[in-house]
Ligand binder design. Sequence first.
Ligand code: DOR
Ligand code: ZN
Length: 427
Amino acid sequence: MTTLVLKGVRPYGEGDPVDVLVRDGVIAAIGTVDGADAEIVDGAGAILLPGFVDLHTHLREPGREDTETIATGSAAAALGGYTAVFAMANTDPVADNAVVVGHVARRGREVGLVDVHPVGAVTVGLKGERLAELGTMARTGVRVFSDDGHCVHDPLIMRRALEYSKALGVVIAQHAEEPRLTVGAQAHEGEHAARLGLAGWPAAAEESIVARDCLLALHAGAKLHVCHVSTAGTADVLAWAKARGTTVSAEVTPHHLLLTDERLDSYDPVNKVNPPLRTAADVEKLRLALADGTIDCVATDHAPHAVQDKDCEWSAARPGMLGLQTALSIVVETMVATGLLDWRGVARVLSERPAAIAGLADQGRPIAVGEPANLALVDPDARWTVRGAELASIAANTPFEGMELPARVVATVLRGKVTARDGQVAG
Ligand code: DOR
Ligand code: ZN
């Protein structure tokens, strides 16, 4: 099918419903369109947005295909409105060489539900000791490098990585966690962790690395991206660094926009994540920083884990939460329903900014004639109840289990092809 008509949709939720004609993967007309011979998606007044771009997804292939594969993660992405995802490098083996990143990219293309961009590791084996072959991986098309799960904590290695990244035209995405300050850490250092006797993960462990890296990025004239900002203090550091002209960008996860460390009282490891859930004051500040652009975008940190790695004692549980199929709804709940963002703003934080940060030319584009048809169609009035077992991921570790959330993705279009529709993956 080379022709598709999205009937009666409202781009960015603005104006009267229009029809969008897509031909050969490109938006060919917007207005009133005769859909004869075309595949029709009846929008019924739903909101049309550019397809979402996730800078931070764990797909677990190779190595932990019992929790997620590139196929199941791609399905979750398409169902969540995503047309591009960046697959983090902490697989087994680590994506620190051209062979592994090549496998991830190829498998993503075979599945074909979402553009899967492999993230390359910054250091060999994520060990923080020796730079990986960034140049070799960059030549295969890798644009984002990260040791996510681990911090590139050695300042000299981080400095060199930033210098190389500048020469290669790529981005270093840092998991900001000073490891000497988080030895044994299990939860946000605060009253809830103290009451439960859990070793604390202090806000300063994140903020001190972000401040250091902003200084290094400015010195190197390189681009820095900060993963999963979790504290109010980090937002202040980013505002300071941006005001000084640092080319730094940052993401916040849906869970850090909604959940707080009060969740610790349940002692349910589904709430264990790195960086940890913080305080209500942090959540409030993160929302404001996302609204005013201090934090550029939302990234899921979608982190599938096996039952035995989550349904166990807190200290033995792995950190991480599913995110791809709930991200839009959490953004609507925390940012749209609160009046902090309109739908243009949603397009900015879920699509335009992440695409620009990673340098994707064909994603996060305006909804206009001649533009690539990478699109997400959203029913803003839908409400649905999250059931982990019903999500497309193999794992089911959602912290939003049983919650009723607003807004639902009704269709996703990748280069003119419907990849998900009414909760079903195409094909
Ligand atoms: O919670 C997390 N889970 N944080 C990370 O940095 C890594 C991720 C994972 O790979 O499970
Ligand atoms: Zn991380």
